[in-house]
Design a protein around this ligand. Structure first.
Ligand code: SF4
Ligand code: SF4
Length: 358
C-alpha cells in the first residue's frame, strides 16, 4: 500500500436524512432504516476529527438545516478549529436564518443548489414553488452580506439554461457558480440515462462556459470540475508532477476525503454508498481506526495511475486524472480501477453507453 495521510483533508458528516424537498435526482435515494446519529454522537465525532487534524468539515444531509441542532453542531465544529461548509436547497433560509448564518460566520463555505434561471426549469427538477423559495433564500443571504456559491447540476432539462443561470447569479450578487454533472446515485440512478446530457452537448457547454467565465470575470467565478478531466492548460505535463502529487492525484475518496452518513457508516465518497464501499461504522470502531485500517480505504489508496485499466491507461492525462470518476465506472458495471466511460476524451470506453446520443 502507498503511504497515506493521517487524516482526510476534508470530511463530510450527513447530519440528517430529512429533507423538505423531493428532488428528481436526489443522490441520497430512499434509504430510511437505521437510527440517525444524535447531536451528541455527531459532536463526539467532530472531537475525533479535530484531534486527527482534519481541516474542513462539510455538513450535509438531507437538508442540513432540517437538523434541529444545526447551528449548535456548526458552532461546535468551528470552536474545535474546523473550517465548516454546508450545502442547502436554500428554501429554509428566511431572514433570521440568514442572520444566524452570518453571525456564526458560516457564509464562506455555503453552497446553494440552483438548477434553473426560472421556475419552469428549476421546479421541474426540484418541485413546484421551490425556485422562488430558493431565490428568496439567496436574497436573504445577500441582504445579510453573504454572497454564497450556487451549485448547478447539469441535465438534459437545464443544459440550455446554464448561461441564463450564470446571468442570474451575476445579477443576484452570487460569488461563484459550480457546475456539476449528474452522478448516478440514489434516485438519480433511475433517471440517469434519461437526464444525463450527451457528450456532444457537454462539449458545447464546456466551450460556452469558457466564454462565460471571461465575460463575468471580476464579478463572479465559474468552475466545471467534473465530466471533463483534462487540465486547463495543455502544456501541463507529467514532469510537473512530483511523487507526492501522484500519490494524491485523481479521485479523492479515501485519499483526502471521507464521508460519514447519518447512520454512522463511513465511505470514501457520498455517491458510492453500496455495502461493498462501506468502510465501517463509527458506533462500532473509531473513525481513526476505520481511516487507517479498513480494507475499503486501503483499496481507494491503491487506486493509482498505473493500476487503471482500459482506455484511460493510454490517455496522456492519466497521471493527473487517474481514470476519471470511479463512480461512473462502477455505475456501468465495472470496478474502481476501470476507466471512466463518461469522459469525452475516452472515445473507446464510452461506446455502447452514450454513442447513440452523440
Ligand atoms: S480518458 Fe480517462 S484518464 Fe483521460 S482525461 Fe478522460 S477520464 Fe481522465
Ligand atoms: S468517486 Fe467520483 S464523485 Fe466520488 S469522490 Fe471520486 S471522483 Fe468524486
Amino acid at each position: 500500500m502507498l503511504s497515506y495521510l493521517s487524516a482526510p483533508i476534508g470530511a463530510s458528516i450527513e447530519i440528517t436524512k430529512d429533507c423538505n424537498l423531493k428532488c428528481l435526482y436526489c443522490f441520497q435515494g430512499s434509504r430510511q432504516e437505521g437510527i440517525e446519529l444524535s447531536t451528541h454522537e455527531i459532536c463526539s465525532l467532530i472531537d475525533e476529527l479535530a484531534r486527527m487534524k482534519v481541516f474542513t468539515l462539510f455538513l450535509g444531509g438531507g437538508e442540513p438545516l432540517m437538523q434541529k441542532d444545526f447551528f449548535q453542531i456548526a458552532d461546535y465544529a468551528i470552536n474545535r478549529g474546523l473550517e465548516v461548509g454546508f450545502s442547502t436547497n436554500g428554501t429554509l433560509i428566511n431572514h433570521s436564518v440568514a442572520k444566524e448564518i452570518f453571525r456564526k460566520k458560516l457564509g464562506r463555505g455555503l453552497q446553494v443548489s440552483l438548477d434553473g434561471s426560472c421556475p419552469k426549469t428549476h421546479d421541474a427538477l426540484r418541485g413546484e414553488g421551490n425556485f422562488n423559495k430558493t431565490l428568496q433564500g439567496i436574497r436573504n443571504l445577500v441582504s445579510c452580506g453573504i454572497h454564497p456559491s450556487v451549485a448547478v447540476t447539469v441535465t438534459n432539462h437545464n443544459i440550455f439554461d446554464i448561461p441564463n443561470i450564470v446571468s442570474l447569479a451575476k445579477v443576484e450578487k452570487i460569488r461563484h457558480v459550480h457546475i456539476m454533472c449528474l452522478l448516478p446515485a440514489g434516485f438519480a440512478k433511475e433517471v440517469y440515462g434519461q437526464l444525463d446530457p450527451s457528450i456532444k452537448n457537454w462539449k458545447t457547454l464546456k466551450k460556452t462556459l469558457v466564454e462565460l467565465a471571461q465575460k463575468v470575470k471580476g464579478k463572479l467565478t465559474l468552475d466545471w470540475g467534473n465530466r471533463c478531466y483534462e487540465p486547463p492548460t495543455l502544456d501541463f505535463s507529467e514532469k510537473d508532477y512530483s511523487s507526492v502529487d501522484k500519490a494524491f492525484a485523481g479521485c479523492p475518496a479515501g485519499k483526502t476525503k471521507a464521508v460519514i452518513d447519518c447512520f454512522g457508516d463511513v465511505y470514501g465518497c457520498d455517491v458510492l454508498k453500496d455495502t461493498s464501499y462501506n468502510a465501517g461504522n463509527v458506533r462500532e470502531r473509531s473513525f481513526k481506526d476505520i481511516w487507517d485500517n479498513s480494507d475499503v480505504f486501503i483499496a481507494w489508496r491503491n487506486r493509482v495511475a498505473d493500476r487503471i485499466e482500459g482506455e484511460c491507461s493510454k490517455c496522456k492525462w492519466n497521471f493527473a486524472c487517474v481514470g476519471g470518476c470511479p463512480a461512473m465506472a462502477i455505475h456501468h458495471g465495472n470496478d474502481i480501477c476501470s476507466s471512466d466511460p463518461s469522459c469525452p476524451i475516452n472515445q473507446y470506453a464510452r461506446k455502447g453507453i452514450s454513442q447513440l446520443r452523440l
